[in-house]
Design a protein around this ligand. Structure first.
Ligand code: ADE
Length: 250
């Protein structure tokens, strides 16, 4: 079972996420445990302060090392053996992607450290944190939403959580291509029709259509992804055709 600890000054932010949908189900079925810790509880000083003014002056406050070091050390001790990944969410981190989610899903214990509006004392990054992750090139008010994004994408990959293992083998960023379009009933909704091939019952043709649509969509929306993957000969042929079609329309 994967153990997830989250250090935050805003534990209530996590209750909705961990108590709903797949993340809730994952806990109920014993695939994961969530432990939300307010690191203010570890502050040694009388007023339970977790931040202080920056040395050298300047605007904003800086998170002190002591509460975060002590909280992580306590969580490591409670977990017993093993060395957890200690993950800091921050805009300076490595940009998160599906490959990183897959890699983290193989770990037994993850500790997420979330700060809010302020900086971290550099010694936290240097001596405590094993990974720094950003969820994209934009600035959030804190690491909490970023931690939720990372946790969500990791937990859904844990064995048994989605039930249907095939559903993540077909995920957009696992295959390297975007997914093909999906349709359900009715076949004709107010004059908007489902492509005939999907109603044909011919599975070979349907698979072919899906694969081709997947390439088409990737070419239209994320051509950068096509540079990164190994295409089959058939896929290369389709891609060539699609590129020609696109050119002739320009
Ligand atoms: N904290 C603030 N902005 C962030 C981002 N983009 N990713 C991760 N943590 C953050």
């Amino acid at each position: 079972m994967m153990k997830i600890d989250v250090l935050t000054l805003f534990p209530e932010m996590f209750t909705g996420i961990f108590g709903s949908s797949i993340l809730k189900k994952a806990r109920e079925q014993g695939a994961v445990t969530y432990n939300i810790v307010n690191f203010r509880d570890y502050a040694e000083n009388k007023h339970k302060t977790v931040d202080d003014y920056p040395y050298g002056g300047g605007a904003g406050m800086v998170l002190k090392p002591q509460p975060i070091f002590d909280a992580v050390s306590d969580l490591k001790e409670k977990a017993g053996s093993g060395s957890p990944r200690v993950i800091l969410l921050c805009p300076q981190g490595k940009t998160f992607n599906q490959k990183m989610a897959e890699e983290l899903a193989g770990e037994e214990h993850l500790i997420f450290v979330c700060g809010h509006y302020e900086g971290y004392d550099e010694r936290i990054r240097k001596y405590l944190i094993t990974d720094e992750i950003s969820i994209g090139d934009y600035v959030l008010t804190g690491g909490e939403l970023a931690a939720m994004v990372v946790i969500d994408s990791v937990v859904r990959l844990l064995p048994g959580v989605l039930g249907n293992e095939e559903s993540h083998r077909k995920d957009s960023f696992s295959t390297g291509l975007l997914e093909h379009p999906h349709y359900t009933r009715p076949a004709d909704f107010r004059g908007m029709k489902v492509p005939d091939v999907l109603l044909s019952g011919n599975h070979r043709l349907i698979e072919e259509w899906r694969e081709k649509e997947s390439i088409k969509r990737t070419l239209e929306r994320r051509p950068d992804l096509l540079e990164k993957i190994e295409l089959t000969e058939q896929q290369k042929k389709w891609l060539e055709e699609l590129r020609k079609e696109k050119k002739s329309l320009e």
